[in-house]
Structure formats: structure tokens, C-alpha cells
Design a protein around this ligand. Structure first.
Ligand code: GLY
Length: 581
């Protein structure tokens, strides 16, 4: 592997420097790569927000393992990145435990409340009422984050639970300096956030003026909530004072997350799903995320094509990728749902035989019409949130974690007195067959709303292994684009020999069957676009897609790459925090 060879050299050059100064990147400035990862000698944390990444690096420095750091980062992001970091949402975590040499998935996806019903979002004409499904108290599922992070800590953590929450408590209590991007996002979301008083009061002054970049965002109620969780664990959140506050708010506004639903919430450990791609092992998330299944399914199909020879960014590669994604996302709409309620055919979808069949249907000269693959309808709205972080420690333990409130700021509804926003994850259920959710994704019976069921997700936390050892861990936000974003990361590294930073920066494309549109980022050349159009693709250029947060290890050198598509992300090695107190 060209990249591995390069990294041996980088490692030899860098090792004398990494422990002492961040200028250690200097000796490799002559490499031809346009992008370089951050290097470290004893672990790495990559997250969407620097303060939270630094919290994780400090936990590693203080003797915590990757799971400890991941728990601390999870709580910290709930303070520093309120658009997606959360305790009012849910997510998925993949853990590699080096000592036991095992990988496990933690499912802390939200659950439908006890009184949820299949048709709860249909109006009297039988149409989906999107406003109710996305921005009302009825849009919230039972949050899973506190239970999930606690389960990870109980099974795999080392440091005391309280110690892991302390940085987040301090950040909430003392305040964080609001950066330009978060201030902008808060202002942009004013109408939603101020629909109910609690969230409005947390982010705006009494006259409705938003906090500005440079202002201190103090979150006293959230600090108190986190302190209760630090003291009493999930009991405080699911049965105690915090549960009472959630249930009271729900009762005031016709929501369904009641004390019974909260008490019934369970985070679960699940078996990871595994695949091989050109000799590399991929360990990823099983249902109720669709991410892992379709990542493996698409890699299996793409293995039939000479991607390295086609070349990164070539029309051939983009075409085959789009055609593969078209097939996979069509399957998603029928076959994926919560495996505790629906028999998801994971083995068949990820089998070599099925991949071969699919590969044989791809015409390299002509794009298929999605209508020929299956019928569907046009989406009406799209959001692009969620957040991912990855951690690796000096002992080889790895965590890949994606969690979310669903939309930016979730439902935009906060729990009064408790200081946190609630998810609107119920919109990830299929409210009605063939009616698209916020990401334009369709679903049917497999993902219909049922009591205690978990809505289907696209989150794709993934760990990639080479020669039986963890190589890199990655994941991204981006709704339906998450799966193709992670897919392209793996192809860029494995097929094109890019380092993880170059692989992150490379332009991305996305197809999801319906709408029948090939979405391309800036950086795909006009002549490439013209060839794709000649083959029958309908191209669309909109905002950038995803925000990969990746860590890895190459011959003893730890590497991190944080996507530049959204500001504020950082990869931080232990010992290199700006705030080490
Ligand atoms: N809410 C986005 C996802 O779970 O995929």
C-alpha cells in the first residue's frame, strides 16, 4: 500500500517531534499531498467542535481510554454544539476493545413513546402533516444518549463516570465563547427556537436578540441537569427530576414522551456487521441504522469495478458509484427498519451473490432511470445535521460515534428548567408508505411507527481494519448522504491511496435513488459533468455534503482528520490541547 509506505517514512521522520510540539508537521511539508492529517504519538480525538475534542484528548492524557474520552466528548458536545450534540437525542457507537479484541455496537437510538401510533402524523385527508412530525412536541422520540453513553462506560470505561461529565458541567456553567458559525445558525433558526419560550430564553435575550459571536453562552439549567446525571446516572434522566420535567413539558403541549416511556427506554448492545473490501475489513453499524448494511452492500458491488484504474473524480467512477447507490437506496426503502420489529434481510443484502447480481445490471455507458428500479415520489424538504466523532487511544481502543437530534437543533423545543433541546427523530419513521421524510427518504412497513420501535437511521459509524488491526475510524453527519460520504472516504483511502485528510477533502457525489438526481460538490470538473449528463444523469449542485471526523493509526503514528466543510472541527492529540488547565 502506497499510503502505508509513505506513513512509515512519515512516522520515522515525525516520531522525534510529535511528543513535543505541534510544528511537527513541518518535516513532511514537502510531501506531494495537498492535505495532511494531524499527527500524535499517543491517541487522537476528531470532533466537529474543538473544545469538545480537547476535552476528549485531556481525558486520554489523564489515563482514560477511548471509551472514557468518547463519553466525555459526547456530553461536552451537548454543551458546545447544540445544533447536534445532545442529551435529548440518540445515536450509535462502534467500539473496538483492544484487550478483548472484540467489536461491539451500542444502539442508543430514540424509541417511539408508548402511545405512538402508526398514523399519528396523518391529517384528516390522510396526508402527512410535516409540521407536526418535525416541529411539535409529538416529533420527539424517547432520548437515548444518556443511557447509551452510560452503557458504553459501564461495559468499557475506566475512569469514574462523574469525572467524564465534569468538563461539560464546567463548560455549561462557566459558558463557552460563541463562535461566528454557531451564532449565525442560532440567529437563522430564530423563528423555530422562539416558537416556545424555553429554547428562546436559552439562546436569545428578553428582547429576542440572539447572542453574538464572541458572547459567552452560559447554560445554567443544562449545567444542573448534567450535574444530576453525573451524580445519579441515567436514573436522574429516565426516572428522576429530569424525567419529570420532560413529561410535564410533554403534557402541557400534547407530546407523548411520558414517565412510562422514559422508564422503559433501553440502550442495547448489538453485534456489529462486518464486510471485506479488497482485503480490508469494515466493521460497522447494524440496523436500526441502514448505514452499515448499505455501506457494505455498495462496497460489495463496487469491488466488481476497477475503481483505482478509473481514477478519483473520473466520470466512470462517479457513474458507477451513482448507479450502485441508486440500487442500494431503493432497497433501503423496502427492507430496512428496527430489527426488533422487522426481519431485516441483512445477510442477503450484504451477500457477495446479491452484489454480483446488482453489478451485472450496471451499464457503464448509460444511467438507469430510478423509475425502472422502483416507483417513488419527490421529496419536499431536506435537512443536514447530526454529528460524528472518533477516538483512538494509545492502547489501540477505538470508538466511532455518530449521534443526533435529527434536524439542526432537533425539534427546536427545549425542556424548560432542564436546559436541553429535544430531538425530532420521529420524522425518521415512515409516517405513510411512499411519503418522504425530511431527507427525501421513503419507507414502508419495515419502518412504520410502532410503540417502543426505533426509527430507521442512516448513521454509519465505522471502523476499518487492516491486517487485523484498527486502521481508521470514521463517520459523518448528513442525513441520507452519510452512507455515501463514508463510502467515498473508504474508496479514497483504499482504492486511491489517499491519506485520511486528502480523502476527506476530495469532492463528493451522492445519489439516493429518489429523487433521481446525482448531487455533486464543487470540484467536479465541467467536462466530467458533461460526460455524466451525456450518460443520462441529472446533476444538481447544492451545499457541500457531510463532515467526516476520522482518526487512525499508521505504524505507531496516530492520525486525525477533521473535515473543513463545516467550521470549528478539530483533531486533537493528547498533550496538544490549548486548554489543559
Ligand atoms: N436523523 C438522521 C439519521 O438518523 O440518519
Amino acid at each position: 500500500m502506497l499510503y502505508r509506505g509513505m506513513m512509515i517514512f512519515v512516522g520515522l521522520v515525525l516520531l522525534p517531534f510529535v511528543a513535543f510540539a505541534q510544528v511537527s508537521v513541518q518535516p513532511i511539508m514537502s510531501f506531494q499531498d495537498r492535505h495532511l492529517p494531524v499527527f500524535g504519538s499517543n491517541g487522537m480525538v476528531a470532533a466537529q467542535e474543538r473544545l469538545a475534542a480537547e476535552v476528549g484528548a485531556k481525558i486520554l492524557e489523564d489515563g482514560g481510554n477511548a471509551v472514557d474520552a468518547a463519553v466525555a466528548v459526547g456530553f461536552s458536545l451537548a454543551v458546545t454544539l447544540p445544533i447536534a450534540g445532545n442529551i435529548g437525542g440518540g445515536g450509535f457507537m462502534i467500539i473496538h476493545d483492544a484487550e478483548r479484541d472484540e467489536q461491539i455496537a451500542i444502539d442508543y437510538r430514540e424509541m417511539a413513546p408508548k402511545r405512538a401510533t402508526r398514523d399519528m402524523y396523518l391529517d384528516e385527508d390522510g396526508n402527512v402533516d410535516n409540521e407536526t412530525a418535525r416541529f411539535s412536541h409529538l416529533s420527539a422520540g424517547v432520548p437515548g444518549t444518556v443511557a447509551g453513553l452510560y452503557l458504553a462506560h459501564q461495559e468499557y470505561g475506566r475512569l469514574p463516570w462523574k469525572q467524564l461529565l465534569q468538563p461539560a458541567i464546567e463548560q455549561a456553567r462557566n459558558g463557552i465563547v460563541l463562535d461566528y458559525f454557531l451564532a449565525y445558525l442560532i440567529e437563522r433558526r430564530k423563528q423555530r427556537l422562539c416558537a416556545f419560550a424555553a429554547a428562546c430564553n436559552y439562546f436569545f435575550d428578553a428582547n429576542g436578540v440572539p447572542k453574538k459571536a464572541g458572547d459567552l453562552l452560559v447554560q445554567k439549567d443544562l449545567a444542573r441537569t448534567l450535574a444530576l446525571i453525573a451524580e445519579n446516572g441515567p436514573e436522574a434522566f429516565y426516572r428522576g427530576e429530569i424525567a419529570e420535567k420532560i413529561a410535564a413539558e410533554m403534557q402541557r403541549h400534547g407530546g407523548l414522551v411520558d414517565m412510562e416511556s422514559l422508564a422503559a427506554y433501553k440502550a442495547l448492545t448489538r453485534d456489529v456487521i462486518r464486510g471485506r473490501y479488497r482485503g480490508i475489513e469494515i466493521v460497522t453499524m447494524p440496523p436500526p441504522s441502514s448505514g452499515g448494511v448499505h455501506l457494505l452492500q455498495m462496497l460489495n458491488v463496487l469491488e466488481h469495478f476497477p475503481l483505482a484504474d478509473m481514477g478519483a473524480g473520473s466520470a466512470d467512477l462517479i457513474h458507477v458509484l451513482a448507479e450502485t447507490a441508486r440500487l442500494a437506496y431503493a432497497d433501503r426503502s423496502v427492507h430496512l427498519g428496527d430489527p426488533d420489529f422487522y426481519d431485516v434481510p441483512v445477510e442477503w443484502l450484504t451477500s457477495a451473490a446479491y452484489a454480483k447480481q446488482m453489478a451485472a445490471t450496471i451499464d457503464m455507458k448509460k444511467a438507469r432511470s430510478s423509475e425502472d428500479v422502483a416507483p417513488g415520489v419527490e421529496p419536499r424538504f431536506e435537512s443536514d445535521n447530526t454529528t460524528h466523532y472518533s477516538v483512538i487511544d494509545g492502547e489501540g481502543n477505538v470508538v466511532s460515534n455518530t449521534y443526533t437530534l435529527n434536524f439542526s437543533f432537533g425539534s427546536s423545543i427545549a425542556v424548560p428548567g432542564a436546559g436541553f433541546l429535544l430531538n425530532n427523530e420521529m420524522d425518521d419513521f415512515s409516517a405513510k408508505p411512499n411519503s418522504p421524510n425530511g431527507y427525501g427518504l421513503l419507507g414502508g412497513k419495515a419502518n412504520a411507527i410502532e410503540t417502543d420501535k426505533r426509527p430507521l437511521s442512516s448513521m454509519t459509524p465505522t471502523i476499518v481494519f487492516a491486517d487485523g488491526e484498527p486502521w481508521f475510524a470514521t463517520g459523518s453527519p448528513g442525513g441520507s448522504r452519510i452512507i455515501t460520504t463514508v463510502l467515498q472516504m473508504i474508496i479514497n483511502v483504499v482504492d486511491h491511496g489517499m491519506n485520511i485528510a486528502a480523502a476527506t477533502a476530495a469532492p463528493r457525489v451522492h445519489h439516493q435513488w429518489l429523487p433521481d438526481v446525482l448531487r455533486v460538490e464543487q470540484g467536479i470538473s465541467p467536462d466530467t459533468r458533461a460526460i455524466l449528463e451525456q450518460r443520462g444523469h441529472v446533476l444538481s449542485s447544492r451545499s457541500s455534503m457531510g463532515s467526516l471526523q476520522t482518526v487512525g493509526v499508521e505504524d505507531g503514528v496516530y492520525i486525525g482528520a477533521s473535515d473543513l466543510r463545516r467550521p470549528g472541527a478539530a483533531s486533537v492529540a493528547p498533550g496538544f490541547q490549548t486548554d489543559t488547565d
